[in-house]
Design a binder for this molecule. Structure first.
Ligand SMILES: C[S@@+](CC[C@H](N)C(=O)[O-])C[C@H]1O[C@@H](n2cnc3c(N)ncnc32)[C@H](O)[C@@H]1O
Length: 451
């Protein structure tokens, strides 16, 4: 009988959906984070259930050919918080494709679709345009960084390899000023202390938005820290303090106070300039977003003279790109600030054939359909939890030729495809796009058509 704490030798057979490696020890499934098919490992069992165990790599006995050259690293922390960085980049793409296949077949119960190779990134490092890091205190110093796996303990790295170099610089300089001013750090257990998170957004013009998220009230010493940081980093074009007095894991606060500069920074995509405020959603990898949206638009076929709905429209990126050709595009989005950003962007770009509706897709899309408005196509880009089944049932009633579905969570995508299949549609094609290199996160776009 295997015991917790025991060290065993394990060969890894495959990577399962979620990103962990799987091997078998006397028929018992053992899941090992940061492991690669073909690895022979000495692992330490950290938890034991009836049907499976979890273990951490203790030593690499024989590395898989798919592993990166540096075999001295074994853990999430060693790889700067990236759970796929132990894989060669082309292998990350191949495993993501296989994970997509597996999850759609298993959950969506469909096999007869075209699955394309994952579209990879030319820049698989320093690609993120938004980062949020929690603060912590370590040996008397204010630090920020990543949470260790399955914990709330923060570890700091000298440079975050995923976020832009500018964001690295801004956070480094901010921490120097915070340490000089000796501000207290928030403690989630006692709900006391001030500094909670830092968020930085950057754009391709090398400009930044800094948001310092705190508990408590706006104080002059905090404003001074922000002003000094902006003095050292003139790339910061917008700086906020966000007040979050709630007991929550959600970083951004209920009130964002502009301290310096403009309320938004902007990003250019498909010739359109988009505004981003602290809490509006914007895809975090610009290069890959262009490829993803390009594919999504291609999946629509002819949209001239058609009315299209962009459901879960965020700052209206997809709606505005589609508006170039479509007759009219409706964007439906829950977050008010994002809807406002979308309206502002449309005005600034002189786009007249979009309408942004603020509210839940579950309500507003159904109202739009019930109003008798002609809808020729819908693109969905929901959050991780996917689309409510009532929405899919309603959409199936209006006889669309095609539905385009962008997803950052293949398992809810597969579930939703299953629902649409039961209403006379089928999944024709799936294109995974690697929006999150070095991590096991997967983004895809699917084309669902009428049977
Ligand atoms: C994955 S993002 C897509 C955003 C957009 N397509 C873009 O690229 O900017 C999902 C969006 O859905 C919004 N959202 C979440 N739940 C919603 C709901 N029930 N109804 C409408 N929008 C919702 C979120 O605020 C977020 O902006």
């Amino acid at each position: 009988m295997l015991k917790k704490g025991e060290k065993i030798v394990l060969k890894i057979d495959k990577i399962v959906y979620g990103g962990e490696g799987l091997g078998f020890y006397n028929d018992l499934a053992v899941f090992v984070p940061m492991s690669v098919p073909g690895d022979v490992l000495e692992v330490e069992v950290i938890s034991l259930k009836k049907n499976y165990a979890r273990a951490l790599i203790h030593k690499i006995i024989k590395p898989s050919e798919d592993r990166v050259e540096d075999h001295s690293k074994v853990s999430f922390e060693d790889f700067h918080g990236c759970d796929f960085a132990m894989l060669k980049y082309e292998k990350q793409l191949a495993y993501k494709k296989e994970m997509v296949r597996e999850v759609i077949e298993k959950i969506g119960k469909t096999t007869n679709f075209i699955l394309h190779e994952t579209i990879g990134a030319e820049k698989p490092l320093y690609y993120r345009n938004k980062v949020i890091e929690p603060f912590a205190k370590n040996k008397g110093r204010i630090i920020s960084g990543f949470y260790k796996r399955r914990s709330h303990e923060v570890f700091e790295v000298s440079e975050n390899h995923l976020q832009s170099k500018l964001a690295n610089k801004v956070i480094r300089e901010l921490k120097k000023e915070l340490n000089k001013a000796s501000i207290s750090v928030y403690n989630e257990h006692t709900h006391s202390g001030i500094l909670r998170h830092v968020m930085v957004r950057t754009n391709s013009k090398n400009e930044a938005m800094l948001v310092l998220i705190i508990k408590g009230k706006l104080k002059k010493e905090l404003e001074d820290v922000i002003k000094k940081t902006v003095g050292i980093c003139p790339e910061i074009k917008s700086a906020y303090i966000s007040i979050n007095n709630r007991r929550t894991n959600f970083a951004l606060g209920e009130k964002n106070i502009l301290i310096l500069g403009e309320p938004t920074i902007s990003e250019e995509m498909f010739g359109i300039s988009f505004n981003m405020s602290p809490n509006s959603f914007f895809q975090i990898n610009l290069e890959q977003t262009k490829k993803l949206y390009g594919k999504a638009i291609e999946y629509f076929g002819e949209i001239q003279n058609k009315n299209i709905v962009d459901a879960y429209s965020g700052t209206g990126t997809i709606a505005m790109i589609l508006s170039e050709k479509a007759k009219k595009v409706y964007g439906i989005e829950l977050v008010e600030a994002a809807s406002r950003d979308a309206i502002k962007t449309a005005e600034q770009n002189n786009i007249k054939n979009t309408e942004f509706i603020n509210g839940k897709v579950e309500e507003k899309l159904i109202e739009l359909i019930d109003s008798g408005e002609k809808i020729d196509g819908i693109i969905f880009d929901p959050p991780r939890k996917g689309i409510e089944s009532s929405v899919l049932t309603k959409v199936a009633e209006i006889n669309l030729n095609e539905i385009v579905y962008i997803s950052c969570n293949p398992s809810t995508f597969a579930r939703d495809v299953g629902i649409l299949e039961s209403h006379g549609y089928y999944l024709k094609e799936v294109q995974p796009v690697d929006m999150f290199p070095q991590t096991s996160h997967i983004e895809l776009v699917g084309k669902i058509v009428k049977k």
